[in-house]
Write a protein that binds this ligand. Structure first.
Ligand code: AMP
Ligand code: ZN
Length: 480
């Protein structure tokens, strides 16, 4: 049985799905005004592992992700401008073009990182009707009020406001009082907009829809409440996102959905910790963000980043450094190499009809399979799951069966290990490397190790890997 840490209860809980035969999973999607940075992508990798683990456990998963293409202001609450409209103005493009471009770029990033596409991807701008209906319900139940500039949610009407973050309503009120007052018609400073009207700073807002309160556009938080309920019902099982969403975005989602329908929005709330750079949260607004393209320009394959992320538990902060990327590259290279060795051993076993006796394993493959799932079922302990993989690889046993187990593991890890299950020896058509390899072998057979080591460095620098055996050396292109 899988156990997951629930931010709401502050403890690990066994998952008991609302519906016996499927798990509803909602993950907040990106705001598509720029390329996703690798901090954002860390959160999407965590959610991918969550989904893959649930599927490996035999659950049918219904996963929904929104795309924020309207209403997300730079201040996260009601301060600042709409992120998409600002990007559109800067790039002299339409808001729709900006959204389409960065949505496609985001999907490309997901594909490069082997992140499974959610079953349902819902752009906020296509679900405005559902959002309006929810705002209307909140007005009817008097959790919301209409003003000249916006329809606001009255946080003082929802006593458990802040339960997710542990911040009391009183603390939140005091905190909000110190912020810039955006609209003097707000009853409480912590109230937040459900619907913005084309008034004041939003007079010229490009995206707008008709509503019972005039032309306008939805606030950021209402989209997730409306889209989640539309596709998953309420309550559903798991709601996930990055840790920065706890205090405002998810707190407001809960306030909206639970006030409107008198049942919880989701049972389990899961949050991925931040990726840090130079000790601070990686963020576009802080100017310390990196994209996958920037990793690629430094020669790092996206799966090296996935491997780096899996090496840390999702609830720990991860400090990004180029040294740790280098270490991750060596780590995943060694992993591929071990899998490639296994592939060759399996082929050799095939060739001699299974004559070569495999080293007797210390533990059975069944044991390793259980250990692997136990690690993931313990709140997605990916570092432990990787440790089990390494232990299994180093142990004896039938290579073919081990290879099958690697494939089984990789259905969750998503490290593309099938690539290593093929002949990786150097193609003979690279004359330069072939010549170097010949000299390398000669130097070694003459025991000129200082020279052979220097040549090895040279060959490795060209992107090749050398391994020395009693029978001779083998060169292949590095996987990463
Ligand atoms: P956004 O595109 O800003 O709406 O964010 C998309 C996702 O990335 C959200 O789940 C955020 O919580 C998450 N996120 C933002 N910054 C970071 C970071 N530095 N590390 C990990 N996740 C982050
Ligand atoms: Zn959301």
């Amino acid at each position: 049985m899988i156990t997951l840490y629930n931010t709401l209860s502050r403890k690990k809980e066994p998952l008991t799905p609302v519906h016996p035969d499927w798990v509803g999973l909602y993950t907040c999607g990106p705001t598509v005004y720029n390329f996703a940075h690798i901090g954002n992508l860390r959160t999407f990798i965590f959610e991918d592992i969550l989904e893959r683990t649930l599927r490996a456990d035999g659950y049918a998963v219904r996963r929904v992700m929104n795309i924020t293409d309207v209403g997300h202001l730079t201040g996260d609450a009601d301060a600042g401008d709409d992120k998409l409209e600002t990007a559109a103005a800067e790039q002299k493009k339409s808001v729709e073009d900006i959204a389409r471009f960065y949505t496609d770029a985001f999907f490309d990033d997901l594909a490069k990182l082997n992140i499974t596409m959610p079953d349902i991807v819902a752009p906020a701008s296509e679900y405005v009707r559902e959002q309006i209906a929810l705002v209307q319900t909140l007005l009817e139940k008097e959790y919301a009020y209409d003003t000249p500039k916006a329809v606001y949610y009255d946080v003082s009407k929802f006593p458990s406001y802040g339960a997710l973050s542990g911040q009391s309503l009183e603390e939140k009120m005091t905190g909000a009082r110190e912020e810039v007052v955006v609209d003097s018609d707000k009853r409480n400073p912590a109230d937040f907009a459900l619907w913005f009207k084309l008034e004041g700073k939003f007079k010229k807002h490009l995206l707008h829809w008709p509503s019972p309160w005039g032309e306008g556009f939805p606030g950021w938080h209402i989209e997730c409440s409306a889209i989640a309920r539309h596709f998953l019902g309420q309550p559903f099982d798991i709601h996930a996102g990055g840790i920065d969403l706890v205090g405002t975005h998810h707190t407001n989602e809960i306030a909206q959905s639970e006030a409107a329908y008198d049942v919880p929005l989701a049972r389990v709330w899961m949050h991925g910790e931040h990726l840090l750079l130079d000790g601070g949260k990686m963020a576009k607004s802080e100017g310390n963000s990196l994209t996958l393209a920037e990793l690629a320009s430094r020669g790092f394959h996206p799966l090296v980043y996935r491997y780096l992320v899996l090496g840390a538990h999702y609830r720990t902060r991860l400090n990004f450094t180029w040294e740790s990327m280098e270490a991750a590259r060596n780590g995943i290279e060694r992993l591929y190499e071990a899998v490639n060795d296994l592939f060759e051993a399996a082929q050799a076993a095939d060739a001699d009809g299974g004559e070569t006796a495999a080293k007797t394993p210390k533990r059975s493959l069944e044991h390793y399979k259980l250990e692997f799932h136990a690690a993931l079922d313990d709140d997605l302990n990916t570092p432990q799951a990787l440790a089990v993989l390494y232990e299994m690889l180093a142990d004896g046993g039938n290579p073919k069966e081990k290879l099958a187990l690697v494939k089984h593991y990789d259905a969750v890890l998503g490290l593309g290990l099938e690539t290593a299950m093929a002949d990786a020896s150097l193609p003979v058509d690279n004359a330069e490397i072939a010549e170097k390899a010949r000299i390398y072998a000669e130097l070694r057979s003459n025991k000129q190790f200082i020279q052979s080591d220097a040549l090895r460095k040279d060959i490795e620098g060209l992107g090749y890997a050398i391994r020395d055996f009693k029978s001779g050396s083998r060169i292949r292109k590095r996987f990463f």
